[in-house]
Design a protein around this ligand. Structure first.
Ligand SMILES: [Zn+2]
Length: 179
């Protein structure tokens, strides 16, 4: 299952089972870029980020996740994370190229901003979507997704990653309670 917007693949680039967000889902900068490429978030061939760039990018990722996690839960985002996100987006917009066409405005990151600006602009696009009220956070991990299903709604980022394991845990807990 896809999360529903490319920027979510960036925010979801952690592999923790629970809510800790300590373990990245990539081994190095090249692995990170590969995730972004396959999500269609960045063009192919961007150089892998340096250590310093990676630190800034992870700061953006965690600020972005904190804000969008709050939105998914109908909470007001924390002030510090909101300001970090705002500063990153404003800086990326400042350098961005504007392409005006039949579909309206398309933003291209400036030549110097690199990966960081691609990601900030993708978050800007996500934040402007009118279906953001469908944003949900997985009940087991911190992955976010847009839920366009009907009925009760989707509870897990994916069945393979969290849904099946959550069912097994519930089953075992019930067995223990009965046993
Ligand atoms: Zn999950």
């Amino acid at each position: 299952m896809t999360p529903g917007h490319p920027a979510l693949a960036f925010l979801n680039s952690v592999q923790d089972d629970g809510k800790t967000r300590k373990a990245d889902s990539f081994a190095d900068g090249a692995g990170f870029v590969a995730i972004l490429e396959s999500a269609g978030l960045v063009p192919r061939g961007l150089p892998a980020p340096s250590r310093g760039q990676m630190t800034a990018i992870k700061g953006l990722r965690e600020a972005g996740h904190a804000v969008l996690s709050a939105i998914a839960a109908n909470r007001r985002p924390g002030r510090e994370e909101a300001l970090t996100l705002e500063a990153a987006i404003k800086s990326a917009l400042q350098d961005a190229g504007f392409a005006l066409g039949p579909k309206g405005l398309t933003l291209q990151p400036g030549p110097l901003g690199g990966l960081h600006d691609h990601l900030a602009l993708a978050l800007f696009d996500l934040l402007g979507r009118d279906d953001l009220d469908r944003l949900r956070e997985c009940r087991r991990c911190t992955h976010l997704f847009l839920d366009h299903g009907r009925g009760q709604g989707r509870r897990w980022c994916s069945m393979a990653r969290c849904g099946n394991r959550a069912k097994v845990e519930t089953f075992r807990a019930r067995q223990r309670a009965e046993g």
